[in-house]
Design a protein around this ligand. Structure first.
Ligand code: UD1
Length: 419
């Protein structure tokens, strides 16, 4: 099994090119199921998750071609409307094939999902949205069996709380419904806007994405299109926090400033310098200790839960005490005990982590527990004295493209090893 070895202490200098957003790319790939013409996705990250989803889409009848930075997907005919357990359990985003399969085929059978172990993560809102669109849903043997023999029908859907996945899923299903759909209390993440842009390029009529009310006028069919995936704001935030923690001066090429304003606010308060440039975002930090800063995760445009672990790593070596509150997922502090193995002082109290910064972390063997947690251990390793070995990096490979090469290119002492 692969592990990553980091020897801490180097400043980071140079440039990191930000990849396309994993969370957007996965839903954009699923959009192939909505048309019999070819969809070409540019700035497509090459990740374990995108490869895994290619497998599922191929099973459903798509032809998937990959070259350096783009992916072509073509589902001329559906080969199956069933997504089996083995192809869904490893990755929650696979569940999003349900709506498009239903819209195209009138019925579908999709296994209930798995994914990161960061909380209960039910799919009740996804199913309620599809039911509102006229589907009948039954749960049997770990599968969702959905039917809409006469097609989906536009509806008003009011989400009781904000869900990224359910908003995207409803959008992906409603584009081919008869009549208008209005999504209220929709998630506002940039990925949602990205998916709406791609669907519109395919002939859909989606407006309001990026606000909490999204309107979708159903159309009879969608056609092929070419679309560039939005740059990954979570990857951007991760490298920004790595530079702020280790010190240095790095241009995050292609990063979109406005997609991370909540993070920039907290990082500036902690003492890092951030600037918007034509090519992206520049991060500078002296390498002196940051100032401890409190933070609370919130749906976009609030502080992203996917950057919480990385922020915690930064706070572990900051000067003072910071309170980090996680409000999105109930089990998202699994990185804390691993950071403590490196000498961090963290007191966990329910959904709050109280972090007392220490002047030095010490390298140690640690274990990745989920996708974003694993990269927080890399950040800690970049400032720790001595060597940190991070095991189970398959979590990391799900969502970070060329992580070691990107960091090594900026001067980090990091390598992948076989254990
Ligand atoms: C997506 C992202 C994930 C990110 C999260 C929040 C992808 C592939 N993943 O996950 O990286 O951390 O948004 O920004 O895009 N919930 C329910 N019922 C549902 C759906 C969700 O109770 O039907 C709950 C979840 O358990 C969670 C909260 O709602 O507590 C928010 O989850 P949601 O926004 O749906 O996250 P995901 O789409 O799963």
């Amino acid at each position: 099994m692969d592990a990553i070895k980091v020897r801490g202490g180097n400043l980071l200098r140079g440039e990191v090119v930000i990849s396309g957003a994993k969370n957007s790319a996965l839903k954009l790939m699923v959009a192939t199921l909505l048309t019999d013409e070819k969809l070409t996705l540019k700035r497509m990250p090459d990740l374990a998750d995108t490869r895994f989803l290619s497998g599922l889409l191929t099973h459903l009848g798509a032809t998937v071609e990959r070259d350096a930075a783009s992916m072509g997907l073509h589902t001329e005919r559906l080969a199956s409307a069933e997504a089996p357990y083995d192809l869904v359990r490893k990755m929650r985003a696979s569940f999003n094939v349900l709506g498009p399969l239903l819209a195209r085929n009138g019925e579908a059978r999709v296994s209930l999902p798995g994914g990161c172990a960061i909380g209960a993560r039910p799919v009740d809102l996804h199913l309620k949205a599809l039911e509102a669109l006229g589907a009948t849903i039954e749960l049997a043997d770990g599968y969702v069996e959905a039917k809409a023999k006469k097609g989906l029908i536009g509806a008003q859907i009011v989400f009781p709380f904000v869900s990224v996945g359910a908003t995207e899923h409803a959008m992906l299903a409603a584009v081919l419904a008869k009549g208008d759909t209005v999504l209220e209390n929709a998630a506002r993440e940039p990925e949602i806007q990205d998916i709406a842009d791609c669907l519109n390029a395919m002939g859909a009529r989606v407006s309001g994405a990026g606000s909490s009310t999204i309107t979708i006028q159903g159309v009879d069919r969608l056609h092929g299109a070419e679309h560039a995936v939005v740059p990954d704001r979570i990857e951007t935030g991760t490298y920004a926090l790595a530079v702020a923690t280790a010190g240095g001066d790095v241009l995050l090429r292609d990063a979109v400033w406005k997609h991370n304003t909540a993070l920039w606010d907290r990082m500036s308060a902690a003492g890092a310098t951030l600037s918007q440039e034509i090519e992206g975002v520049r991060v500078k930090a002296s390498g002196e200790r940051l100032t401890a800063t409190d933070m609370e995760t919130r749906p976009y445009p609030g502080f992203p839960t996917d950057e919480q672990a990385q922020f915690m790593a930064a706070m572990c070596v900051a000067d003072g005490r910071s309170v980090i509150r996680e409000t999105i997922f109930e089990n998202r502090f699994m990185h804390a005990p691993e950071l403590m193995r490196m000498g961090a002082k963290i007191d966990l109290r329910g959904n709050e982590a109280i972090v007392t910064g220490v002047s030095e972390l010490r390298g140690a063997p640690v274990m990745a527990t989920d996708l974003r947690a694993s990269v927080s251990l890399v950040i800690a390793g970049l400032v720790a004295a001595g060597e940190t070995t991070i095991g189970r990096v398959y979590h990391l490979d799900r969502g970070f493209e060329n992580l070691e090469a990107k960091l090594a290119g900026c001067g980090a002492d990091i390598e992948r090893v076989k254990e």
